[in-house]
Design a protein around this ligand. Structure first.
Ligand SMILES: Cc1cc2nc3c(=O)[nH]c(=O)nc-3n(C[C@H](O)[C@H](O)[C@H](O)COP(=O)(O)OP(=O)(O)OC[C@H]3O[C@@H](n4cnc5c(N)ncnc54)[C@H](O)[C@@H]3O)c2cc1C
Length: 404
């Protein structure tokens, strides 16, 4: 039977990033999963901390041609609040950076990470689904859909919200849903986005435009994440491309002129999930197998990349101590290190989302005061920007090993 140090199950952005980081840290890694490279209008805004993670791995130069700079994020209240809520602009210049981050089409990011993985020493990439997993004393035995079997000292579950790895380890979850669906789309428009992301906060949640690179002959492009009621999502699913584009143009007040759809759209029901623990015997969870929440403030994959960096740091420390990397004692520091960051992002997104859905006056007053403080008090604004783009939980990643 084939053997490896670490099996990463799931080859979404989080699983591939983890596999690359672990292989570059010198572990023998196998990664397995179906590559989701079909476009569904989804992009990921990755902030400075995530870009530093990719730079430290030495792979940013192979991703940067996909990335559109985000220099500022503008938040505009469109809830019809009874309390005046000022516009807030979070700008890279506020914190002395050239950009807050970069926006990348998710399918292209996954495709490019897979290409890099295929050329990475210590890393074997397989496009097979896991069908079973069984633990032994000093290894885990994984069986794939093809019948292939593999022994590993440690399994990393990066297999998404419905994680089989998590279920097999009997790790509990807490799940909840929101009365919203996110419509995702890539749009082309008449006017330039000036490297600016714009969030319109409506009573049904944010409607956000994020800059994209020019492509397909379209000069000005942005991605859209528009949270709406389930009923509105069901109606909009039936619209033709032109009618839907007209509704998008109207929702964003025609800010970039007339818009058209540049690719297939996606519809994603909004939910949240936390897990009772991140580690088990010969097992660690990361990415959406470990946490999920709505795409407000673009936190999901940024959080997952911090999981990856923390796991690598934890396993390197175990290796230095001569510990078995699959032993629960070796893995506990990873679980402990990630708890507060995950809890903070999950609850922060939940509060922000529910504050938009609520029409209670006290909530409107609080939102008004908060927005006023961020708009007027520069040190407070700088603090929240840094918490979003380069949080203290960011694990420093070692410089990349020289390319082989
Ligand atoms: C509308 C929307 C917008 C978002 N915008 C942002 C953003 O701007 N910034 C940001 O940071 N985050 C954002 N996110 C979150 C981000 O997209 C996700 O966190 C990230 O893509 C999830 O990555 P993942 O690899 O953890 O999970 P997934 O992408 O779900 O990958 C899981 C993988 O596991 C595989 N798998 C499942 N079962 C098995 C099995 N049995 N065997 C092998 N493989 C298996 C699946 O095929 C899949 O490839 C957004 C999310 C949504 C819904």
């Amino acid at each position: 039977m084939e053997e490896t140090d670490i099996l990463v199950v799931g080859t979404g952005a989080a699983g591939l990033a983890a596999a690359l980081a672990l292989a570059r840290a010198g572990f023998k890694v196998a990664a397995s999963g179906a590559l989701d490279t079909a476009s569904n209008g989804r992009t990921v805004a990755l902030f400075e901390g995530s870009l530093r993670f990719f730079r430290a791995l030495g792979i940013w130069p192979r991703l940067s041609d996909l990335a559109a700079k985000i220099e500022a994020i503008e938040m505009v209240d469109a809830t019809g609040s009874r309390v005046p809520i000022p516009k807030i602009v979070f700008s890279a210049a506020d914190v002395g950076l050239a950009a807050l981050g970069a926006n990348i089409e998710t399918d292209r990011l996954v495709g490019r990470l897979a290409e890099i993985a295929l050329k990475t020493p210590n890393l074997a990439l397989h496009s097979e689904l896991l069908s079973d997993i069984a633990g032994g004393d000093d290894h885990v035995c994984a069986t794939f859909a093809s019948g292939r079997r593999l022994r590993a000292k440690l399994v990393v579950g990066a297999d998404g919200q419905r994680s089989m790895v998590r279920a097999k380890a009997r790790i509990g979850t807490r799940r909840w849903s929101y009365p919203q669906v996110a419509l995702t789309a890539l749009t082309a428009h008449e006017k330039p986005h000036r490297n600016m992301s714009i969030e319109f906060h409506t009573r049904n949640g944010p409607c956000t435009l994020v800059p994209l690179l020019r492509r397909h002959g379209a000069e000005h492009r942005s991605s859209l994440v528009w949270l709406m009621t389930k009923q509105e999502a069901a109606r909009r699913r039936t619209l033709g491309a032109d009618a839907l584009a007209a509704e998008i143009t109207s929702e964003v007040d025609g800010i970039f002129g007339a818009m058209r759809l540049d690719a297939a759209c996606g519809f994603f029901p909004m939910m949240g999930m936390t897990v009772t623990r991140l580690v088990g015997r010969r097992l660690a969870l990361l990415g959406e197998a470990a946490h999920a929440f709505p795409p407000l403030a673009a936190q999901g994959l940024n959080l997952s990349l911090r999981d990856c960096a923390a796991l690598v740091a934890c396993l390197e420390a175990a290796r230095r101590r001569g510990q078995d990397i699959g032993a629960i004692e070796a893995l506990r520091p990873y679980g402990a290190a990630r708890q507060s960051d995950i809890a903070l992002r999950t609850s922060g997104v939940d509060v922000l989302n529910r504050s938009l859905l609520s029409d209670s006056l006290p909530v409107e007053v609080l939102r008004g005061l908060g927005s006023f403080a961020f708009a007027k008090i520069a040190p407070l604004r700088r603090a929240i920007i840094m918490e979003g783009i380069l949080p203290p939980q960011q694990v420093p990643t070692r410089p990349a090993r020289p390319a082989h």
